[in-house]
Design a protein. Structure first.
Ligand SMILES: NC(=O)c1ccc[n+]([C@@H]2O[C@H](COP(=O)([O-])OP(=O)(O)OC[C@H]3O[C@@H](n4cnc5c(N)ncnc54)[C@H](O)[C@@H]3O)[C@@H](O)[C@H]2O)c1
Ligand SMILES: O=c1ccn([C@@H]2O[C@H](COP(=O)(O)OP(=O)(O)O[C@H]3O[C@H](CO)[C@@H](O)[C@H](O)[C@H]3O)[C@@H](O)[C@H]2O)c(=O)[nH]1
Length: 443
C-alpha cells in the first residue's frame, strides 16, 4: 500500500511520520519547497517533542520520504491523506483554496485508483464536494473514494495523541464502504476505539469537539472572573466541579483564553456553518466574545496596579500559544504585546522555543531576551503568558530580586498566592484575590 500525504504542517508531518512508524511506506508532499528541502535534510520545520527523531528514524528505515514533485507523490499512491491548511477567511469561514489545489493536483497526477482521506478540518459538505471535483477531474478509467478522518491531535503532545488517542472517526458514504475498511485496517494496530459514520457527521464531530472544548474554557474563565469579585478561589472551584464525573477535570484551567491554530478558527467557522443554514449559534458567539475579552484582561489589570504604562519596561514571558510548541498562531501573547505597545510600554519578551516564529508576527519594536532574568531585569511588571516548565520553575523570589517593581501578572496561574505572599511580590492571577506587596510608584 503506497501512502501519500498532502501538506507537511503539524497534521501532515505527524500523520506521515506516525504511519511510517507503523510500518507503512509514506511520501509527503508540500508546495513549500523550502520545507521539503529541510525535511529532506532530516530537519523538522516545526518544534514538536520527539517528532524530528521519529522523522529521522523512519527516513533511515526507508519508509518515509519527502518530495516537492507532485507526480512522485501521487503517481503511485493508493491512499492520499489530505492535511493541507484550512485557514480562517475575513468573515470567519474556512478557506478551502488549499484543499481544492491539492485535489486538482491529485486528479492530475494519479495513475491508480485512489482513496482520498481528509484529515484537514473542513466544513460540513466539503468531502462531498471533493468527491464531485475528483469525479470531474480524474482520468475516466480510474476510481476514487473519499473518506473523512478528522484529526484530534494537540500540538505539543501530537505523537502521543496519534498512538493513544481517545477515538478514530471514519466517515464515508455507503458507496465507499470498501475504502472505509482499508482505512480502518490501517489504524487497527493502534487498538483505539473506532467509530464509523457518514461524511457530514464525521465533519461535524470535529467542529463540535473543538467548539465544546472552547466552551468549557470560556465557561471556566467567566467563573474565574466572578470568583475574583465574590472572594472565591478558582483553583478550588474548578477542582470541585471537575470531581463530578459528568463534568470531568479536563479543560477547566482558567487563564487568558484559548489560542492556537484551531480553537479560534474552528469556533468562528462553526458559527459560519450554522449561519449558512440560517441558524444563529448564539452560545458559540458568546464563547468567542468571552475569549476575546479574556485575552485583553491582563493589560487592564496591569493598568490598575502599575498605573500608566507609557515608558514602562514590561517583561512578556512566554510567546507560544501553549507550552511545548513553537506555534504562535492566535497566541494571547500577540494580543497582549500589541496592547502594551499601544499603551507606550517597552516590551521585552522571552520564550524558550518560539522566538523565531514570533519575530515574523510580532510588532518590530518588541525586544527579545535570551533568558527569563534578562527579560525581567529592571522591569516594572512581568506578564506570564505561557506556562512553560522553565517559567513555572523560576521562584517568585527571583522576580522580587531582579525587577524594578515586582508586579507579576500571571495569566496561567503558575504560582500559589502563598508563594507570592512569602516572596513579597504583587501577584495578580486569574480567579483569585490579588496579593499586594506594597505600594509602588505609578508614574
Ligand atoms: N495544528 C493542529 O494541531 C491541528 C490538529 C487537528 C486538525 N488540524 C487541521 O489540519 C489542517 C492542517 O493543519 P496544520 O496546522 O497542519 O496546517 P499548517 O498550516 O501548519 O500546514 C499546512 C501545510 O499545507 C501545505 N499546503 C498548502 N497547499 C498545499 C497543496 N496544494 N499541496 C500540498 N501541501 C499544501 C502548506 O504549505 C503547509 O505546509 C487544518 O485544517 C487544521 O485545522 C490541525
Ligand atoms: O483548560 C484549558 C485547556 C486549554 N486552554 C488553552 O486552549 C488552547 C488550546 O489548547 P489545546 O487544546 O491543548 O491545544 P491545540 O493543539 O490547539 O489542540 C486543540 O485543537 C486541535 C486542532 O483542531 C485539536 O485536534 C485538539 O483535539 C484540540 O485540543 C491553548 O491556548 C491553551 O492554553 C486553556 O486555556 N485551558
Amino acid at each position: 500500500m503506497n501512502i501519500a500525504v498532502a501538506g507537511t504542517g503539524y497534521v501532515g508531518l505527524v500523520t506521515g511520520t506516525c504511519l511510517a512508524e507503523m510500518g507503512q511506506t509514506v511520501v509527503c508532499f508540500d508546495v513549500q519547497k523550502e520545507k521539503i528541502a529541510a525535511l529532506q535534510q532530516r530537519r523538522s520545520p516545526i518544534y514538536e517533542p520527539g517528532l524530528e527523531q521519529l522523522i529521522q528514524k523512519n527516513m533511515s528505515a526507508g519508509r518515509l520520504s519527502f518530495t516537492a514533485d507532485e507526480k512522485k507523490a501521487y503517481g503511485e499512491a493508493d491512499i492520499v491523506f489530505l492535511a493541507v491548511g484550512t485557514p480562517e477567511q475575513e468573515d470567519g469561514s474556512a478557506n478551502l483554496t488549499y484543499i481544492e489545489e491539492a485535489v486538482r493536483s491529485i486528479a492530475r497526477n494519479m495513475e491508480k485508483d485512489v482513496i482520498i482521506v481528509t484529515k484537514s478540518t473542513v466544513p460540513v459538505g466539503t468531502n462531498e464536494r471533493i468527491r464531485q471535483m475528483m469525479e470531474r477531474l480524474k482520468p475516466p478509467f480510474l476510481r476514487i473514494s473519499v473518506v473523512s478522518n478528522p484529526e484530534f491531535l494537540r500540538e505539543g503532545s501530537a505523537i502521543h495523541d496519534w498512538f493513544y488517542g481517545d477515538r478514530i472517526v471514519i466517515g464515508a458514504s455507503k458507496e465507499d464502504e470498501e475504502a472505509v475498511a482499508v482505512v480502518a485496517k490501517l489504524y487497527e494496530p493502534l487498538g483505539i476505539p473506532m467509530m464509523k459514520t457518514d461524511l457530514a457527521s464525521a465533519e461535524m464531530i470535529k467542529y463540535a469537539s473543538n467548539a465544546f472544548l472552547a466552551t468549557k474554557i470560556s465557561f471556566i474563565n467567566e467563573i474565574a472572573n466572578i470568583c475574583e469579585k465574590v472572594g472565591a478561589t478558582i483553583d478550588d472551584v474548578a477542582y470541585g466541579i471537575g470531581l463530578d464525573k459528568r463534568i470531568g477535570p479536563q479543560f477547566l484551567q482558567a487563564g487568558i483564553g484559548y489560542g492556537g491554530s484551531c480553537f479560534p478558527k474552528d469556533t468562528k467557522a462553526l458559527v459560519q456553518i450554522a449561519g449558512n443554514v440560517q441558524h444563529r449559534f448564539e452560545l458559540l458567539e458568546a464563547v468567542i466574545q468571552v475569549n476575546n475579552k479574556q485575552q485583553s484582561m491582563l493589560v487592564e489589570k496591569a493598568k490598575q496596579y502599575v498605573g500608566c504604562l507609557r515608558g514602562k519596561k514590561i517583561a512578556l514571558l512566554g510567546l507560544a500559544f501553549k507550552p511545548n510548541t513553537d506555534d504562535v498562531r492566535e497566541a494571547a501573547s500577540l494580543v497582549i504585546a500589541n496592547q502594551l505597545i499601544g499603551e507606550g510600554a517597552t516590551v521585552v519578551a522571552y520564550d524558550p522555543i518560539a522566538v523565531d516564529n514570533a519575530k515574523k508576527h510580532f510588532p518590530p519594536s518588541v525586544q527579545y531576551a535570551d533568558a527569563i532574568i534578562e527579560a525581567i531585569r529592571g522591569a516594572d511588571a512581568a506578564f506570564i503568558v505561557t506556562e512553560w516548565d522553565e517559567i513555572k520553575r523560576t521562584p517568585l523570589s527571583v522576580f522580587r530580586e531582579h525587577m524594578r517593581t515586582p508586579i507579576v501578572l500571571d495569566g496561567r496561574n503558575c504560582y500559589s498566592p502563598e508563594e507570592a505572599r512569602r516572596s513579597h511580590v504583587t501577584y495578580i492571577s486569574i480567579g483569585r484575590a490579588p496579593v499586594l506587596a506594597g505600594v509602588y510608584q505609578t508614574e
